[in-house]
Design a protein around this ligand. Sequence first.
Ligand code: DGL
Length: 264
Amino acid sequence: MKPIGVFDSGVGGLTVVKELIRQLPGENIVYFGDTARVPYGIKSKETVIRFSIENILFLLEQDVKLICVACNTVSSVALPIIKSHFRVPIVGVITPGVREAVYATQNKRIGVIGTRGTVKSNAYEKQIKQLDPSMKVVSVACPLFVPFAEEGLLEGGEVLSIARKYLKPLNKFGVDTVILGCTHYPLLKPVIKKVLGKDVTLIDSAKQVAIEVKRILATEGLLNTDRKKASHKFYVSDNPEWFTGLAARFLGAPVSGARKINNV
Ligand code: DGL
């Protein structure tokens, strides 16, 4: 059975793979992490589009039946363009997260945190307001959260003090719901929760993304009902050892056999 293709700028997209495996245990998955060119969050739109097209071409060579863009930056700045270039179904992470946030908020004040690229694109805010124009949105870039998550600094004074600084505008604005608009942020949920308070709902779009992938596969008659053990393959554009070292934290299980490819 054809696999699902998933790509991200690096290791963060494994938080989405984790949920895909949980909800779709029978599906084969091919993951590509562009570790040679990470981070995407500070790159221009044109560059992110170019990288994304190259990543998709690699996944299509693996004969994937659907592509999941497990990167908020790509989903924010490049999704409409890349969708118009390919016939394969492409699922991003923005719309599923937006739907859940609009459904969850009681006071119609939503916070969005992400990379600089994601925040600059305004993609979340636009989609939230499209769904419900009465929503109020505040968006903040939290660039240091990515290295904190990668270094495993998930708690303690350093990350807490940065989180307090970044999240101040959200507290001030009185949000009751916050979208974790970056693949790395689910790892920092405890510290984010500590700063925002227990009454603020954190939206991690991975769950909704997996639901959306399942829905599309079912509609297209592409769901794998085979009960054989599914295969999960991991490719990177550089440094498979670094990727493997971090993967367990993001995926919740060790990754073996990550391979470096040279075509991007
Ligand atoms: N994967 C990126 C995202 O979700 C974070 C890392 C990067 O900047 O490339 O936006």
